[in-house]
Ligand binder design. Structure first.
Ligand SMILES: *Cc1c(COP(=O)(O)O)cnc(C)c1O
Length: 402
C-alpha cells in the first residue's frame, strides 16, 4: 500500500492523534479535565447590551442552543482540525448535515449535479425533493469526469460527491472534480462518511464542503445520531442561517457522547483499517467467495486512485457469496460474532445482506441499476481481534456446505 502525504493545515499544528484529544482545549470553560455538558436550552445575559450582542452574533456558543452550545463548539473545533477546514458545524444527523447544506446553497432555477450512486437518502434528496422546489438535477457516473464536464451549465451551482460509495466501494477522483468545478466557479461538496477524516481529507484536495454522518466513525459506538459540515467560515455562516431555520440541531448530550467517541477515533480507525484490509485479503482467496470489493485491494479497479487520495481504506468491505441469494441469507444467519445490522464505522463488526435490505423499496430492475447483486454482503469491520473475526467468517462459510 502506498500512501500520499495529505497537506492538511491544522490550526494547532498537532497531528490527528493529538488533535482528537486536545483540539478543543482552548475552549475549556473551567478546570475540569473532561468537558462539562452544557445541558441548557438558553443562556443568561448580564446586561441588555450583552443580550443584544448574543442575539445577533452568528454561531454564538451561548444564546439559545439551536444557535450554538459550548460542548457542540468543542466538537466542531476538533472536526475542523481533522478536516483541515476553517470551521465545522454539527447537526442532529448526517442527513441533517446534507439536507441543511444543500437547501442553504440552492434556489429555484439553479442546476445541481450529483453522482448516480449515493447514500440512499441523499439520492432521494436530489432525485425527489430538489425538483419539487424548482432545482434542476443531473446525475453523472462518478468514474467519468468527461461526463461531468458535459453536464455543466451556466446555472450549475454545486456538485455533490461521495467516495467511497455503495454498493461496490467506487471511488470519485476528488482532486479531478475539484479542479473542474473550480474552473467553472461551482461549489463542491463531498460526503466523507465512508472514509473518515483519518483516511481522507477532501478539503486538502480542493473540495469546498466536507460532510459527515458522525453517527458512523466519529461517534464510533453506534449509540448516537449526529452529522457535521466542515468548510470555510463564510460558507458555515450561510449554512448556519439555514440550520437555525430548519432546526436539525444536535443535543448537547449527544454532542458530549460524540466528543467522548472522538477521543479514540485515531486508535479505532487504525485498528479498523488493518482488520478490514486483512479480512478483505483473506476473503478474496476463499473458494466460496465470488468477488471482494475493497479500495485497499490491488484488484479494486480504482486501487491506484484510492492510494492517491486515501491514506487508509476504512471499515466497509463488500463481497459476494457463491450460491446466490439463498446461500447469502444462510451465511449471514450462520455468523455468530458479526452482528446483522445496518450502519458502519462502529467498534463492532456489522453485516447486511444488501439485496434483502432493499427488497421492500426497490424492484429487481432498480436493484440492477443500483448495482446491487442478490449475493452481496456489506460488512463494516470493527475492532475485534482479527483471528476471531476470521474464524467467524470461516465457520459461516463452512456452514453453507452442510
Ligand atoms: C449514514 C450515512 C448518511 C446519513 O447519516 P445519518 O446520520 O444516518 O443521518 C449519509 N451518508 C452516508 C455515506 C452514510 O453512511
Amino acid at each position: 500500500m502506498s500512501s500520499t502525504q495529505r497537506p492538511v493545515i491544522r490550526h494547532t499544528g498537532w497531528r490527528e492523534q493529538t488533535a482528537v484529544l486536545h483540539g478543543d482545549s482552548g475552549l475549556s470553560t473551567d478546570a475540569a479535565v473532561v468537558a462539562p455538558i452544557h445541558y441548557s436550552a438558553t443562556f443568561r445575559a448580564d446586561t441588555p447590551e450583552q443580550f443584544a450582542q448574543m442575539a445577533t452574533t452568528p454561531r454564538s456558543a451561548g444564546f439559545y442552543t439551536r444557535y450554538g452550545n459550548p460542548v457542540n463548539k468543542r466538537v466542531e473545533a476538533i472536526l475542523a482540525e481533522l478536516e483541515g477546514t476553517e470551521t465545522a458545524l454539527l447537526t442532529g444527523s448526517g442527513m441533517g448535515a446534507i439536507s441543511t447544506t444543500i437547501l442553504a446553497l440552492v434556489s429555484a432555477g439553479d442546476h445541481v449535479i450529483a453522482q448516480k450512486r449515493h447514500y440512499m437518502s441523499t439520492s432521494k434528496l436530489f432525485a425527489e425533493v430538489l425538483p419539487r422546489y424548482g432545482v434542476e438535477v443531473s446525475f453523472f457516473d462518478q468514474t467519468d469526469l468527461h461526463e461531468l464536464e458535459t453536464l455543466i451549465r451556466p446555472n450549475t451551482r454545486l456538485v455533490m460527491l461521495e467516495t467511497p460509495v455503495n454498493p461496490t466501494l467506487t471511488i470519485t477522483d476528488l482532486r479531478g472534480v475539484a479542479a473542474l468545478a473550480q474552473a467553472h466557479g461551482i461549489l463542491t461538496l463531498a460526503d466523507n462518511t465512508f472514509a473518515s477524516p483519518l483516511n481522507q481529507t477532501p478539503h486538502a484536495l480542493g473540495i469546498d464542503i466536507v460532510l459527515h454522518s458522525a453517527t458512523k466513525y466519529l461517534g464510533g459506538h453506534s449509540d448516537i445520531m449526529a452529522g457535521a459540515i466542515c468548510c470555510s467560515t463564510v460558507l458555515a455562516e450561510k449554512i448556519w442561517a439555514m440550520h437555525v431555520t430548519l432546526g436539525a440541531v444536535l443535543s448537547p448530550m449527544d454532542a458530549w457522547l460524540l466528543l467522548r467517541g472522538l477521543r479514540t477515533l485515531s486508535l479505532r480507525v487504525e485498528r479498523i483499517n488493518s482488520n478490514a484490509l486483512a479480512l478483505a485479503t483473506w476473503l478474496e482467496q476463499h473458494p466460496d467467495i465470488e468477488a471482494v470489493f475493497y479500495p485497499g485491494l490491488p484488484s479494486h479497479p480504482q486501487h491506484a486512485l484510492a492510494c492517491q487520495q486515501m491514506s487508509g481504506f476504512g471499515a466497509v468491505i463488500a463481497y459476494s457469496i457463491r450460491g446466490g441469494y439463498a446461500a447469502t441469507s444462510r451465511f449471514i444467519s450462520a455468523l455468530q460474532l458479526a452482528t446483522h445490522a445496518v450502519s458502519l464505522g462502529g467498534v463492532e463488526t456489522l453485516v447486511v445482506h444488501t439485496a434483502a435490505m432493499w427488497s421492500g423499496s426497490m424492484d429487481e430492475a432498480q436493484m440492477q441499476a443500483a448495482g446491487i447483486e442478490p449475493n452481496f454482503v456489506r460488512m463494516s469491520v470493527g475492532v475485534e481481534h482479527l483471528e476471531d473475526l476470521k474464524a467467524d467468517l470461516a465457520q459461516a462459510l463452512k456452514a453453507l456446505k452442510t
